[in-house]
Ligand binder design. Structure first.
Ligand code: MEV
Length: 422
């Protein structure tokens, strides 16, 4: 089934759900859970975190039109911001004109850091650790025979000598193939297990034993080539390239540029029950890896095509944690139809690139507010007290009068109510 669904946004919620159910072969039970509008029951929530008093809901939307590696995907997105899902769907449609988005990724390798302090001879100690690499990896792998059986486990080890303000430290990196997990649990357990042995080898003491969120061994690359006509012509494509060059040269702009990418990335990360703080931390640390904060994507044009690419770390899983315990996260993973964590990461990278295209295209052409206005105006109308059909009437009138403000909404609402009374 194609994910190219013109007019999806015009359908009723019921009709949209029917299409998604058919696309993803959802069971009646899954459909009913989606219809409950609160798929997370309080007992599950109470087991997920501490001191629970309720659950908290956000909208779950579906971005359509995504073609990634020649396969159609419907993209579940959980986000509070208007326009993001519509913009993603719209830009995904444009990428189809050039064959969609293509992706690749490194393996799912995470880094566990072990901090060794008060090491008497750091340079020699480093070599002593490297000499015993196989023994240490073996020790780490004893923690997780299941992961090892699946082809994962601790694969490599690095030792860095890090000069700090209070002296030299030896920082050991355990490189772990975490397969389909996000990996924090597996990596942290391994780091804690090997730390005493590392301390005894080096004559120092261990302190921190924790994974690094700068997951630069777990990188996704996504790219697309779009005929300029599909984005609105040569001039718009040039505007997109200029927007990228601006971000490349200026960290103030790069932060906003990357925020636009994370609009797409986080929405899918959250929908699938993954740790969005980890993904955010990794993305921004990676963006600043050269010592200056830079955009995660790149856009160029030769006048015929617009070429976009993105490279970022994406530590996400499809087993463990909320990806399994949150019932809606499980359904979102089913809608995506991803078979591995690597595939999920690549899809998320593609969404980030497409979301970035949507923002830059709007900024380079009509400006961002035009797309935001309709839903924004509805929100303002609700804030002003509009209910039922008053919401659309107030919103439409504010847009017509080119003033979307709460005082204006109240004024229009009063007018409508007075005219209805007479
Ligand atoms: C708004 O959520 C995101 C944008 O600011 C991104 C950008 O400026 O590239 C529109």
């Amino acid at each position: 089934m194609s994910s190219r669904i013109p007019g999806f946004y015009k359908l009723s919620i019921e009709e949209r759900l029917k299409i998604v159910s058919e696309f993803a072969n959802l069971t009646d039970e899954e459909i009913n859970l989606l219809k409950k509008y609160c798929g997370l029951d309080i007992d599950t929530a109470n087991r997920m975190i501490e001191n629970v008093i309720s659950t908290y809901q956000l909208p779950l939307g579906i971005a359509v039109n995504f073609l990634i590696n020649n396969r159609d995907y419907l993209i579940p997105m959980v986000i509070e911001e208007p326009s993001v899902v519509a913009a993603a769907s719209n830009a995904a449609r444009m990428t189809r004109e050039g064959g969609g988005v293509y992706t690749m990724s490194t393996g799912p390798f995470m880094i566990g850091q072990i901090q060794l302090v008060k090491v008497p001879q750091p340079a020699i100690a480093r070599l002593e650790i490297l000499k015993r690499k196989e023994e240490i990896l073996e020790l780490a792998n004893q923690c997780d025979p299941v992961l090892v059986k699946l082809g994962g486990g601790a694969k490599d080890l690095e030792v860095r000598i890090v000069e700090t303000r209070i002296g030299v430290m030896l920082i050991v990196h355990l490189i772990v193939d975490v397969r389909d997990a996000m990996g924090a649990n597996a990596v942290n357990t391994m780091a804690e297990t090997v730390a005493p042995r590392l301390a005894s080898i080096t004559g120092g003491s261990f302190r921190l034993r924790i994974l690094s969120n700068l997951a630069d061994r777990r990188i996704v690359r996504a790219w697309t080539k779009i005929p300029v006509e599909a984005v609105g012509g040569k001039d718009v494509a040039e505007g997109i390239m200029e927007a990228w060059a601006f971000a490349e040269a200026d960290s103030y702009r790069a932060a906003t540029h990357n925020k636009g990418i994370m609009n797409g990335v986080d929405a899918v990360v959250i929908a699938t029950g993954n740790d969005w703080r980890a993904v955010e931390a990794g993305a921004h640390a990676y963006a600043a890896r050269d010592g200056r904060y830079k955009p995660l994507s790149r856009w160029e044009t030769d006048g015929n095509y617009l070429y976009g690419s993105l490279e970022m770390p994406l530590a996400v899983g499809i087993v463990g944690g909320a990806t399994k315990t949150h019932p809606l996260a499980r359904i979102c993973l089913k809608i995506l139809g991803v078979k591995t964590a690597q595939e999920l990461a690549e899809v998320i990278g593609a969404v980030g690139l497409v979301q970035n295209l949507a923002a830059l295209r709007a900024l380079a052409a009509e400006g961002i507010q035009a797309g935001h206005m309709s839903l924004h105006a509805k929100n303002i109308a609700v804030m002003a007290g509009a209910v039922g059909d008053e919401i659309d009437l107030v919103a439409e009138e504010m847009i017509r009068e080119k003033t979307v403000r709460i005082d204006k909404a109240q004024e229009i609402l009063n007018r409508i109510r007075v005219s209805r009374k007479t």
